[in-house]
Design a protein around this ligand. Structure first.
Ligand code: PRP
Length: 215
C-alpha cells in the first residue's frame, strides 16, 4: 500500500481552530489528539495520518519530507523562510499580528544597536534592517514580555492577538510588522508526487474559506 498522506498540525491554539476544519475534509482522528503523549495519529481516512507538532516544527517536517503537508501560522512561516514550501490556502483562522512592543511610554533609543527579545529573530532582523537599525537579538522561547521589564531588552517582537498579555505586563504595541493567520503549507515535492490526494484537500479548504466568508 502507498504510504499514507502525512499531515502535520501545529499544536496549541491553532489546533482548536483546525480540528473542525479537518472534520469538514472527512479527516477525523481515531483518538483524542490533546492530552495524549502520542505524536502520530491514525484518522478515519486510512490514506491520511496526522502529526501533532510544535508550530515551529511544522515547516522543517514538511520541507524535509517528514510530512507531505501541514497547517501552521504565517508568523512561523515568515520566520522559517523556505523556497521549498508553498502556501496554497490562507485559512483566515487564528489571526494575529506580529508587532514590536515596548514598556508603556518608553521610546526606543535613537542610536546604537537595539536589544530585541523575540523568538522571531529573522523577522526582527529583516524588519529593523529595513529601517536602517542594527539589532542585538536575544532569542527567547516564551515570556518575551518580561524582557523589557527587567531591562533585558529595549523592545520585543511577538504576536499580539487581544493585546491582553502586553497590557498585563505594562507594555504597549508599537509597529505592525505583518498580519498572520493559519496557512496550509505543502512542500513543492509533495505537490508533484502526491498531487492526486493533495489537490482535493486544497479544493475543499478553499471552498470552506469562501463558504464561511472568513476572509
Ligand atoms: C502568544 C504570544 C503572547 C500572547 C499574545 O503566546 O507570545 O504572549 O500569545 O496574545 P494576546 O495578545 O491575546 O494576549 P502563546 O499563548 O501562544 O504562548 P507562547 O508564549 O508559548 O507562544
Amino acid at each position: 500500500m502507498t504510504e499514507p498522506l502525512t499531515f502535520a498540525l501545529a499544536k496549541g491554539r491553532l489546533l482548536d481552530d483546525i480540528l473542525p476544519l479537518l472534520a469538514v475534509l472527512g479527516i477525523e482522528p481515531t483518538e483524542a489528539l490533546t492530552g495524549s503523549r502520542k505524536l502520530i495519529f491514525e484518522t478515519t481516512r486510512p490514506d491520511v495520518r496526522l502529526l501533532v507538532l510544535r508550530a515551529t516544527d511544522v515547516p522543517p517536517y514538511v520541507e524535509r519530507g517528514g510530512a507531505h503537508l501541514g497547517i501552521t501560522g504565517k508568523d512561523t512561516l515568515l520566520e522559517y523562510g523556505s523556497d521549498m514550501l508553498c502556501e496554497p490556502v490562507d485559512l483566515h483562522l487564528s489571526k494575529c499580528r506580529l508587532m514590536t512592543a515596548t514598556r508603556k511610554g518608553v521610546n526606543l533609543p535613537k542610536f546604537g544597536r537595539l536589544r530585541v527579545a523575540t523568538k522571531y529573530v529573522n523577522v526582527a532582523r529583516r524588519y529593523f534592517s529595513a529601517q536602517g537599525r542594527q539589532i542585538d537579538p536575544i532569542k527567547l522561547y516564551g515570556g518575551m514580555e518580561l524582557a523589557p521589564i527587567v531591562g533585558l531588552s529595549d523592545v520585543i517582537v511577538d504576536v499580539v492577538d487581544t493585546g491582553n498579555t502586553l497590557e498585563a505586563n505594562g507594555l504597549e504595541a508599537r509597529d505592525l510588522i505583518a498580519h498572520s493567520s493559519a496557512r496550509l503549507v505543502v512542500s513543492r515535492v509533495a505537490m508533484k508526487t502526491r498531487h492526486a490526494l493533495i489537490a482535493p484537500i486544497m479544493g475543499a479548504l478553499n471552498e470552506w474559506v469562501n463558504a464561511n466568508n472568513v476572509s
